[in-house]
Structure formats: structure tokens, C-alpha cells
Design a protein around this ligand. Structure first.
Ligand SMILES: Cc1cc2nc3c(=O)[nH]c(=O)nc-3n(C[C@H](O)[C@H](O)[C@H](O)COP(=O)(O)OP(=O)(O)OC[C@H]3O[C@@H](n4cnc5c(N)ncnc54)[C@H](O)[C@@H]3O)c2cc1C
Length: 587
């Protein structure tokens, strides 16, 4: 049983709270996308999600993907192909892409909200357009004009789809170990040979061609990560089959309707993207976009799990209220919403999931500014905020969402664990988000090792400035101050921990590895506290109809989630502890 009402209202609330009209619609590129247009686009995406992809969700999970060992062809579950065509017909695939190549030129913030709707209703299905979008971004940044004309236009129209081929049996996180070879040919093309594993939508029947972005080594490549180049390798070239085959499918815990393929390249024809040996640049464009969307996947799945748990809780009667006055004497038992613990679980989900949605909106508003603002300084500042918050939403977002879905399951008791209410599928589908697109710990290392020290701490300063502005706003408004006081306390702690960590990590690099994941979560809680202040500020200033509920939810967050930072600070302050003192035999 699936319960889902698309949270378009809350999405619109977030857009207003983050000043969409003033900050995004005011940019020349988005003058056609005012708030009412955005609302109607969100509503039509929501209709497709609810009416077309949600009914295929359980079916896809049960039916799975079929692979033919004779032809190597992959078949998606019944209805997937038609649903994909619906996305194309409604212009959803290229909604946020460059109009010069057939896109509609919508803002990224709209794309991110689309992502939430599509993953909530069918995560497996949503991965195909998601990866395609990543390839479009990579080509936009590093492709030649000819490549853009040839590939981007077809990817944007939805006729072709894209993949990201990094992983090989011996190399996951450490891409310096890539073995796939690319040999230059006289006609300027390359012949690629190697095996990639776990390639999402590496083969399928939903589109007429599949374009792989493949990492490989040229014969003269330097060792390691500095010797990786990126190539476009199409499944079909001018209608002819290229030497790219899906030679197997993985069996896995969740996203069972998303093909996870072994892809063999045997002298397959490919085309270089960008500069030789600099392939990681193209791949990083693709991965950065994907990391934001991976964080958003969890928001969607936690939302549908929350709505399901709430529907269950409203109906279920067990035991008596601890407060006799709240007991229903006419029934043999009370509704479980009388139990404080059931409310605790529901409010944990609601208060963190709305905060994560706000965080996603904030990051994508900054993304739009970073790409389209006329002023270079404004672009840089926005880009810094996107860069520092991307590992946070990917890692904290996926971890918290998994916990949230698990709490939703707990609300439903045994009914949550059985298949009837579908929460077990959401939990299985979400788990991979902590692993792919760089494991969560790799996000933490990215934050601590790259983003914090980069350009003398410029990114973290951009973040701190925004926090300081909010604390200042709290000084002028007593109602807001109740919430900004929390922000003030936490941002002070974050600053002091950040400075100490920099010193400790300089003296011993293992310290950074030992506490990076705790530090990322501390940073995330600061960001979540900030986005709650943004929501509260908007509620107060606009006297929004849902003001009371927003303030109550923010207050719950400050009382019950915010204190988690104290544990993190203590964990960080023990640095390496005795982690590295255990002999391997003792582990
Ligand atoms: C369903 C699914 C879909 C996928 N889709 C794609 C796809 O489309 N394209 C693609 O190329 N790949 C894809 N992948 C691969 C995915 O990106 C990798 O699984 C991921 O990058 C992690 O690599 P790994 O699994 O080899 O883990 P490993 O790299 O072996 O890591 C194992 C553990 O060691 C830790 N670790 C590794 N290095 C370090 C370090 N330096 N410091 C601290 N800890 C470290 C990791 O955090 C992890 O906990 C997919 C995987 C799955 C399961």
C-alpha cells in the first residue's frame, strides 16, 4: 500500500523562504520561470510521479530486470518504457538543460525538486534520467561544440540516455587503479578495452541509444589518478552496434528495477572528452551534480515513508494513553498517536526531512546564482557555498534519511517490516545512497581535506558569512532570536572545532581520517539549524498560514535533534583515540 501526496506546498514554501523570486527569477536566464510557472511545473511533475511512476514502484521491485545471456540485451519491468516516454512528452528530461541544445532552460532548483518527486515515487526508474542529466552537465562543461551538437541534443530530448563508467573489479574508491585502456586511432577516434562493473542503466530498453562516459588510460598515461582520460562510448554509432556489451547483472538489496550492469568494452570506438589525462575533471562535473541528487533521493524516500507511517499511525489503536484524559473510553484501545514515543519518531522524521529539503533548495538556489549571476564575485561566493555543502547533503542526507525511513518502519511495528506498507522497499532502496557517488566517508574526507583548506578557507568563510547574517537578524527580532540563539551556540562550537581540527590534522593526518565523518555531521547540524532559522524567519515575516506548525517543528528540532551535536563534539575531541592501536588480530 503506497501513501503519497506530493509535498508541492512545502516545496513552494521553501522557494519563498529562500527568496526564489529575488535571487533566481531575477536572473536573466530564468525570467520565464516565475513562481507561478514553477508551481505549475512542479504540479505536473507531481502528477506524472503519482500517476505514472508510483504505480510501477512495487511492480518494478518484484519483477526486477531481465538479462538475455544470448543477446546481452537488458529489459526493464513492464511499463517503464512507456513511463519514460511520458517524461519525454512532458518535457521533464531536459527541463533544466541549456536551450541552445534543446533544453527548456529551467533553474536547477526546479530540477532538484523534480528529483525529490521522482525518487519518492520510484527511485529505480528515476536513476536513468538522473545519470543522463549528469552526462549532459559533463559534456556542457568539457565537450567540444561538435560533441554538444551530436550528443547533448539527443540526451536532452530523451532519445538517448547516459551512464557513468568508473568502477572496475579492482577499483572503486581508488580510481587511480583503473585498467581500461584507450588506444588512439589514425582517424582521431580511440579503441577502448576493459571491464566496468556496477554501471547503473548500463543497458536497457527505454531509449534508442546509450552513451557511456568511460574513464580509461591512454598508452602514455602517467600512473594513478593523473593518467585518467574520459571518453564518450556510444552503444550505437550511426545505427551500427559498437563493441560494448552488458555481460551480466548484479543481484542486490534494493533498487531492483535499476539495472546494475557489468559492461565489457572490446575494442569499442570512443571519442575523447576534454584534455588527455584530465578525465577526472569531466567526471567530477558529473559526480558533483549527482552527489546533490543522491542527497535528495533520501528526502523523497523519507517523505513517502513518513506519509505512510502517519497514515498507519492515524488508523492503528494499541494500548492506553499515559494521560487518562486523552483516552478514548468508547474504544477498546487508544490511537497510537497518543503515545509520546510514536510522536517522537514522527517528529524526528518531519523536523529533519523538512530541514533537508530546505538545505537542498538552498544549495540549488546558490547553484543557479553560481552559474547565471552577472557579477563574478556573487558567482564565486555562491559556488563556494555549493562546493562546501554538496558533500554534506550527500553524506548526512543519505545517512539521516536511512534512519528516518527506519523510524517510519518502527512507527508501523511489524506492519512496517512486512511488505504490506512498502516501507521495507524504501529502506532497501535508500541504503545504497551511502555507498555510491563516493562513499559517505569519502565525502567527509572531501570536506575536511579539500574544501576546508581550499583557497585559505574561502569556502567556509562564505558559509560563515551567511550564518552571521542570520544571527544578526535574530538580534533584531525577538521571535526569531529563540531560534538564532541555537545557531549562535553551534556556529561558535563549529568554528572552534574547525580551527583545532586544522592544527591536529596538520600534525597527524590520521586524525583527519578518524574524525572526518563526525565533523561532517557537526557541520550538517549547523547547516540544518541555519535552514530552520530561514524557514522561521520567512514564517514570521510573511505571517505564513502554516507559521505555527513551522515554528513548532523548528522548536522540536532545536530541543530534540540539535543536542546531537554535543556527542559529535565530544567524539571529535578524542581525535584518534586508540583506533590505530589495535593489531589486525584484535579487530
Ligand atoms: C547499485 C550500485 C550502483 C552503482 N552505480 C555505479 C555507476 O553507475 N557507475 C560507476 O562507475 N560505479 C557505480 N557504482 C559503484 C560505486 O560508485 C562504488 O561502489 C563506490 O564508489 C565505492 O567503491 P567500492 O564499492 O569498490 O568500495 P571500496 O572502495 O572498496 O571501499 C570499501 C570501504 O573502504 C572505505 N575506503 C576506501 N578508500 C578509503 C580511504 N581512502 N579512506 C578511508 N576509507 C576508505 C570506503 O569508504 C568503504 O567503506 C555502483 C555501485 C552500486 C552498488
Amino acid at each position: 500500500m503506497e501513501y503519497y501526496k506530493a509535498p508541492v506546498k512545502d516545496m513552494m514554501y521553501m522557494l519563498k523562504a529562500f527568496q526564489y523570486t529575488e535571487r533566481v527569477h531575477s536572473l536573466e536566464a530564468f525570467e520565464g520561470f516565475d513562481l507561478s510557472m514553477v508551481e505549475s511545473l512542479l504540479q505536473s511533475a507531481a502528477d506524472i510521479a503519482v500517476n505514472e511512476t508510483l504505480p510501477l514502484n512495487r511492480l518494478g521491485d518484484e519483477h526486477g530486470i531481465k538479462w538475455d545471456p544470448e543477446t546481452y540485451e537488458v529489459t526493464t519491468p513492464p511499463g517503464f518504457k512507456e513511463a519514460y516516454q511520458k517524461l519525454i512528452d512532458n518535457g521533464l528530461v531536459g527541463m533544466t538543460c541549456d536551450p541552445n541544445y534543446g533544453g527548456s532552460g529551467g533553474p536547477e532548483v526546479l530540477g532538484v525538486l523534480f528529483s525529490e518527486l521522482s525518487t519518492a515515487t520510484n527511485k529505480s526508474f528515476s536513476m536513468c534520467p538522473g545519470l543522463t542529466r549528469g552526462l549532459i552537465d559533463a559534456l556542457a562543461a568539457h565537450g567540444t561544440e561538435e560533441q554538444k551538437q551530436k550528443y547533448m541534443t539527443k540526451l536532452i530530448s530523451g532519445e538517448w540516455t547516459g551512464t557513468m563508467c568508473l568502477t572496475e573489479p579492482q577499483c572503486g574508491t581508488d580510481l587511480g587503479l583503473i585498467n581500461t585502456k584507450a588506444v588512439p586511432q589514425e582517424d582521431g577516434t580511440y579503441k577502448l578495452t576493459g571491464t566496468k562493473i556496477w554501471i547503473t542503466f548500463g543497458d536497457h530498453d527505454m531509449a534508442e541509444n546509450i552513451i557511456h562516459l568511460v574513464l580509461a588510460r591512454l598508452p602514455d598515461a602517467p600512473e594513478g589518478i593523473k593518467g585518467i582520460s574520459a571518453f564518450i562510448v556510444p552503444k550505437f554509432i550511426d545505427g551500427e552496434r559498437n563493441a560494448v556489451n552488458c555481460t551480466g547483472l548484479e543481484h542486490k538489496m534494493g533498487i531492483k528495477a535499476s539495472p546494475t550492469c557489468v559492461i565489457d568494452f572490446e575494442d569499442a570506438t570512443g571519442y575523447l572528452v576534454g584534455t588527455p589525462h584530465k578525465g577526472m575533471r569531466s567526471m567530477f562535473v558529473m559526480m558533483n551534480a549527482a552527489r546533490l541528487h543522491v542527497g535528495v533521493e533520501g528526502i523523497g524516500l523519507a517523505e513517502i515513508a513518513y506519509q505512510t507511517a502517519l497514515a498507519f499511525a492515524k488508523d492503528r489503536r494499541q494500548s492506553r494513553s499515559l494521560d487518562p484524559e486523552k483516552s478514548d473510553a468508547n474504544a477498546p484501545a487508544d490511537n497510537i498517536l497518543v503515545h509520546p514515543d510514536v510522536r517522537r519518531m514522527l517528529l524526528n522524521i518531519k523536523s529533519t526531512n523538512e530541514a533537508l529539503r530546505a538545505l537542498a533548495v538552498w544549495i540549488s538556489v546558490e547553484y543557479d546564482i553560481a552559474h547565471h549571476h552577472p557579477d563574478e564575485e556573487a558567482r564565486q561566493k555562491a559556488d563556494d557555498i555549493v562546493a562546501i555543502l554538496t558533500p554534506i547533503i550527500k553524506s548526512y542526507g543519505s545517512e539521516r534519511s536511512f534512519l528516518n525511513i527506519s523510524e517510519a518502519m518502527q512507527v508501523c511495528g511489524g506492519a512496517g517490516y512486512t511488505t504490506d506498507w512498502n516501507i521495507e522497499q524504501y529502506l532497501r532502496d535508500e541504503r545504497i545512497a551511502m555507498i555510491y557517488e563516493g562513499t559517505n566517508h569519502i565525502q567527509a574526507l572531501d570536506l575536511v581535506g579539500r574544501k576546508l583548506p581550499k583557497d585559505g578557507g574561502r569556502m567556509v568563510r562564505a558559509f560563515s558569512e551567511v550564518i552571521t547574517d542570520m544571527i544578526r537578524a535574530g538580534k533584531e527580532n525577538e521571535e526569531l532570536a529563540e531560534f538564532t540563539d541555537y545557531l549562535k551556540e553551534l556556529s561558535k562550537k563549529l568554528t572552534s572545532v574547525t580551527m583545532e581540527l586544522a592544527g591536529q590534522a596538520m600534525a597527524d593526518r590520521e586524525v583527519a581520517g578518524a574524525v572526518a565523518s563526525h565533523y561532517l555531521n557537526l557541520f550538517a547540524l549547523t547547516a540544518l539549524t541555519y535552514v530552520w532559522c530561514v524557514q522561521v524567519k520567512y514564517a514570521i515575516e510573511s505571517d505564513a498560514p502554516n507559521k505555527d506548525t513551522k515554528l513548532k517543528t523548528a522548536r522540536y528540532f532545536m530541543h530534540k535533534v540539535f543536542p546531537e551535536h554535543e556527542t559529535l563534539v565530544r567524539q571529535i575531541n578524542t581525535w584518534k583515540s586508540n583506533l590505530m592501536e589495535f593489531d589486525v588480530e584484535e579487530l
